[in-house]
Design a protein around this ligand. Structure first.
Ligand SMILES: O=C(O)CCC(=O)C(=O)O
Ligand SMILES: [Fe+2]
Length: 368
């Protein structure tokens, strides 16, 4: 409103320290991919086949209106937010309180708050397809609708561009990620309070192991697009290494990554890489960490299996992949999603074995 000034701080309050070592990522120019420029598509294909993470620039997605709704949402008393809790049955949409998911096999728990709004509810509002949300989200659902449409289209466009190089017929991925069928696609706002702030929880140390803010995981869906507010804390474990490395926040650049379902569809040509979130490295550790992810995930009823029948290149890769070659036919994307969401809930933990049972494409029990 004219004349009214927000009393919220502008992030980052302090910049990410140049002294913190970081892992470089390839930069993909969305406009160039969309225009069909071969060099940009080659960079995208290379990024998806190696680390599976890349910076995306010129994407045209503005996360700030969603961050603003997230701020109003997390201002609500916890007992109000708990009315919209995800539950332990495998639903991701809704509120998640810090401490409700496991971050490792020792049973340490997470320290971040989520508000997840399903694509189904954002695109079909005012029809409730999965659930309702706290009042600030309901009051601003049109903002979620616009954001979901834009972010979803960016990720669909990236998948369109990858079909040719994978040897797939054009339109294959859009059929697996339609707007009109229930799916796990969602927008997630994440708030990780700093020490002294409301809702702060210190990372656990069960079994002598230092817990993370969000535990090491691969993403469940096809592509994820992460927007930050300049605060670090995201780390990747590059293939073949044992040291976690920070990803540097870059202004105007989203961090995108391949998730499990795209890795499976590609027969393992693409890599759904393990990552985690730890408290921001100093001097940013004294402030709230905000992040926001749009996850595009296949329709719940879509089969989750390498697309070998559509591409000899995928058939060849799938036959050689250590975990994907062992996948059973008949599992749907919805079953995969539910197992992974429910398996991470602390309330569903039976013992150290529960952690392995909740893992994704990275998990090879025979190699452990
Ligand atoms: O907040 C971040 O930097 C990443 C969050 C993430 O990996 C997730 O929610 O799956
Ligand atoms: Fe993730």
């Amino acid at each position: 409103m004219p004349g009214l000034k927000s009393n919220r701080p502008t992030y980052p309050i302090v910049p990410f320290s140049d002294d913190t070592p970081t892992h470089p990522l390839l930069v993909v120019d969305f406009e160039e991919v969309k225009a069909g420029k071969q060099e940009a598509i080659d960079t995208l294909f290379k990024a998806c086949s190696n680390l599976g993470f890349f910076y995306l620039k010129n994407h045209g997605v503005d996360p700030e209106p969603i961050f603003a709704i997230g701020e109003d949402t997390f201002d609500l008393p916890e007992e109000e937010l708990m009315k919209f809790e995800q539950g332990d049955g495998g639903m991701s949409a809704g509120f998640k309180k810090a401490g409700s998911t496991n971050v490792d096999k020792e049973g340490n728990t997470d320290t971040a708050y989520f508000i997840n709004v399903a694509k189904d509810d954002a695109l079909h509002f005012p029809t409730v397809r999965q659930r309702t949300y706290p009042q600030p989200c309901m009051d601003n659902m049109e903002t979620y609708t616009r954001f979901t449409r834009t972010a979803d289209e960016v990720l669909q466009t990236l998948m369109d561009a990858l079909e040719g190089p994978l040897g797939l017929p054009s339109g294959t991925f859009r059929k697996l990620h339609p707007d009109d069928q229930l799916s796990g696609s969602e927008t997630r706002v994440i708030r990780k309070p700093a020490e002294g702030e409301q809702g702060f929880v210190v990372e656990g140390k069960k079994g002598g192991v230092q817990g993370a803010s969000i535990g090491a995981h691969t993403d469940f869906g096809s592509f994820s697009m992460l927007h930050g507010r300049g605060t670090g804390g995201l780390q990747v474990l590059p293939p073949g290494t044992t040291e976690w490395q920070y990803i540097k926040p870059l202004k105007g650049h989203a961090v995108c990554n391949v998730g499990d379902t795209l890795a499976v569809y590609s027969g393992g040509i693409f890599n759904s890489n393990i990552h985690r979130v730890v408290p921001p490295p100093p001097p940013q550790d004294v402030h709230t960490r905000w992040s926001l992810v749009y996850f595009i995930r296949p329709a719940f009823n879509a089969a989750l299996f390498p697309l070998s029948d559509l591409s000899p290149k995928i058939a060849e890769a799938a036959s050689q992949h250590p975990t994907i070659s062992k996948m059973e036919k008949g599992v749907t994307a919805g079953q995969w999603f539910k197992r992974r969401v429910a398996g991470q809930r602390a309330a569903n933990r039976k013992g150290p074995e529960s952690w392995g049972q909740s893992r994704g494409t990275e998990h090879n029990p025979e190699a452990a």
